[in-house]
Design a protein around this ligand. Structure first.
Ligand SMILES: Cc1cc2nc3c(=O)[nH]c(=O)nc-3n(C[C@H](O)[C@H](O)[C@H](O)COP(=O)(O)O)c2cc1C
Length: 355
């Protein structure tokens, strides 16, 4: 169990323990400006005991937005808003990476600048609904990006990385899971392109690799991580040959000397997390459905260098202290995951308060 609390080098940092707070959208930002809420500094400061915090998904540009009240990192006001958060985490000795999340086709005109149609690799409409300001609405048919526009989006990630560093983040994570834009390029069901971003496996992986190149050019590879979740099935996405696709992708990632690869568990019967581990060679984060015991076992068996907790972290901001004491845990309240305001956000009782 003690291995969870030992230090670990990740990129250019030495984390003080192996617990990582998962990226979690909490929908408390100002919807019009994309500036994170003033409460967010308290929320993230409470969790600064983690070896590393990965923030909620944050859009690199206005077209990347896919959910109401989510934050961005393209304007000066957003950079200043995030600055209070990174200052708060650093004051507690914590480390914090910003997750860059471009939702691509998993958006809606009501969330886009001037009511625009969401962009995607190809015009393939997702089944399902998107949560807008006026309630759930059907996804729309997205518009396929031109090849030149793909370069523009790659550049948006570069600028967003630049802005994240200006805001004081220790690094950035590319969200390449959950059926958002990077996975839309990677997956055969959503990518029907005939240019260099579509067709072969190498072409479908090119967008992710180009984005990482732009991010690492800005931050250095030792401050850039990536999250994947093969065969997650979320947001109506699939690939014809997922094992080959992810093998190829991770072999390419291994050459980039990234700060880490973060693999989240999916419902797939195939254990991607164990299978991909030896292909990567660098710091390896595993998350999804972990408990104190299962996480410690992964680290002790060398299957993960650090372990990622989502819902347990949001409900137990003092998770490190609780795990150390083997204390009982607060149960996450799903009803307040995405509701505005402090309730369910910064008012989970600490162990100290409970005692
Ligand atoms: C409220 C909530 C919001 C989430 N938002 C994001 C997100 O913005 N980006 C992301 O990569 N994953 C997101 N996730 C997934 C988590 O990062 C994590 O992979 C998932 O919760 C599984 O871990 P867990 O079983 O420890 O909760 C979210 C999860 C929750 C519970």
């Amino acid at each position: 169990m003690d291995t969870l609390f030992s230090t670990i080098p990740i990129g250019r940092y030495t984390l003080r323990n192996r617990l990582v707070m998962a990226p979690m959208t909490r929908s408390r930002a100002d919807d019009a400006t994309g500036v994170p809420s003033a409460l967010a500094a308290t929320y993230y400061r409470q969790c600064a005991n983690a070896g590393l915090i990965i923030t909620e998904g944050t859009y690199p540009s206005p077209t990347g937005k896919g959910y109401v009240r989510t934050p961005g990192i393209h304007s000066q006001a957003q950079i200043e808003g995030w600055r209070t958060i990174t200052n708060a985490v650093h004051a507690e000795g914590g480390r914090i990476f910003l997750q860059l999340m471009h939702t691509g086709r998993i958006s809606h005109p009501s969330l886009q600048p001037d009511g625009a149609i969401p962009v995607a690799p190809s015009a393939v409409q997702p089944a399902g609904k998107v949560y807008t300001a006026t309630g759930p609405q059907d996804f729309v048919m997205p518009r396929a990006l031109t090849t030149d526009e793909v370069s523009d989006v790659v550049n948006e990630y570069r600028l967003a990385t630049h802005n994240a560093l200006k805001a004081g983040f220790d690094g950035v994570e590319l969200h390449a899971a959950s059926g958002y834009l990077p996975e839309q390029f990677l997956s055969s069901s959503t990518n029907q392109r005939t240019d260099r971003y579509g067709g072969s496996r190498a072409n479908r992986a090119r967008f992710i690799l180009d984005v990482l190149e732009a991010m690492t050019a800005e931050a250095g590879s030792d401050r850039v991580g990536i999250k994947i979740a093969p065969e997650m099935g979320f947001n109506d996405i699939s690939d014809a040959t997922p094992q080959e696709t992810y093998r190829y992708l991770v072999e390419q990632l291994a050459t980039l000397k990234l700060a880490y690869l973060h693999v989240a568990r999916t419902k797939s019967e195939f254990d991607y997390r164990a299978w991909l581990r030896p292909l990567f060679h660098g710091p390896y984060l595993q998350g999804g459905g972990l408990t104190r015991e299962s996480a410690a076992a992964l680290v002790e068996q060398g299957q993960a260098d650090a372990v990622v907790f989502g819902s347990l972290y949001l409900a137990n901001p003092d998770l490190v202290q609780r795990f150390r004491a083997n204390a009982t845990l607060n149960a996450p309240d799903r009803d307040t995951f995405y509701t505005p305001g402090p309730h369910g956000y910064i008012d989970y009782p600490t162990l100290e308060a409970a005692v």
